[in-house]
Design a protein around this ligand. Structure first.
Ligand code: UT7
Length: 314
């Protein structure tokens, strides 16, 4: 039997940093409100870089770390909710830039849970024998959807990308656990990005309540489906929506004291589908997580959709 595992990660953030004080010059807000309610201190905002630029940069780094070449990739999946071009899709545009030959290439839009959906579909494709080596990317230019006069959203969302190289391995070396995924479509209007010049809007309090009450039991299920109790995890990388949400879920899971909890939201803001691979890649790069460590990824948000799985670190 064939399974899959992440063999390398990479990430990219555009150089321009917007601080809370910078935003206080645009809207009626302040550093204290943003840090205490959301936990964000700064975020990266793309200027000239397109969504494809962000995704390609992250993918190039993941490929370089893997020691593989673009020719060895046969599947490219991009999770994003901010693609402007409908055709070619983002995955095809990234594949063309990288020189990937004849890949299956598709985008997934499940908003903030997109990376875990993309990772699951790549794992399923490899298990089914439809692919052998995949690039799985989460990339967003959320700044394209921001109304810079709306203080309820412009202080939260940001740009960036993270990528993983995923390879076929024998079943006993499996590194991507079973996904727990689903949605509450009747709550779809809690996060919207609509219109010809799409603008993001969210019912912050109801999403906050949903995330802090509904997600922990689902995240626990993802652990159990991998045969682990949450106390056995070495790391937890939730969608980086809000520090209070991350800490509330982590608290309910009963992680061990030395488990590493990703809090990249502090420096990166909410980058939707990019937030999980971005945070995971940084923790591995900084040596806070090590090869083989079991880490729970869990995405949630627009849809309202959620998805998560336990992965072994590359
Ligand atoms: O990634 C997609 C999924 N999304 C999420 O997971 C988001 C979940 N929700 C949240 O993270 C939080 O609800 C927010 C960070 C969005 C908002 O925090 P909150 O503690 O729920 O604030 P609130 O919406 O209840 O607003 C409290 C007050 C309001 O003023 P009044 O009505 O009490 O006078 C807002 O108008 O804070 C005001 N406010 C602000 N004040 C200063 C809203 N935004 C700001 C701001 N600066 N930027």
């Amino acid at each position: 039997m064939t399974a899959s595992r992440i063999v390398a990660l990479g990430h990219y953030q555009p150089p321009k940093v917007l601080t809370n004080d910078d935003l206080a010059k645009l809207v009626d807000t302040d550093d204290e409100w943003i840090r205490s309610r959301v936990g964000i201190r700064a975020r990266h905002i793309a200027e000239d870089e397109t969504l494809v630029d962000l995704a390609t940069e992250a993918a190039q780094k993941a490929l370089a770390h893997s020691g593989r070449t673009a020719e060895e990739i046969d599947l490219v999946v991009v999770a994003t909710c901010t693609a402007i071009e409908r055709s070619p899709n983002t995955a095809a545009a990234v594949a063309a830039r990288l020189g990937v030959r004849a890949p299956a290439a598709y985008d997934i839009n499940t908003v903030c849970s997109g990376f875990s959906y993309a990772l699951a579909t790549a794992d399923h494709a490899i298990r089914a024998g439809a692919a052998t080596r995949a690039l799985v990317i989460g990339a967003e230019r959320m700044s394209d959807t921001i109304d810079w006069t709306d203080r309820t959203t412009c202080v939260i969302f940001a740009d960036g990308a993270g990528a993983a190289v995923v390879e076929a391995v024998p079943d006993e070396q499996a590194g991507i656990g079973p996904v727990v995924w689903g949605s509450e479509p009747e709550k779809g209007d809690a996060v919207t990005i609509t219109g010809w010049d799409p603008v993001i809007s969210q019912q912050g309090q109801s999403v906050f309540r949903w995330a802090t009450t509904q997600i922990a039991p689902l995240a626990r299920q993802a652990c159990l489906r991998s045969g682990l109790d949450p106390s056995e995890l070495r790391g937890f990388v939730a969608h980086q929506a809000n520090l209070r949400i991350i800490d509330a879920i982590a608290g309910k899971l009963g992680l061990s004291e030395d488990a590493v909890v990703a809090r990249d939201v502090i420096e990166s803001g909410n980058t939707s589908a990019a937030s999980i691979p971005l945070a995971l890649s940084k923790l591995v790069e900084r040596g806070e997580l090590h090869t083989g460590d079991p880490v729970l990824l869990f995405g949630f948000g627009g849809g309202l959709a959620y998805a998560g799985q336990v992965v072994r670190c590359p």
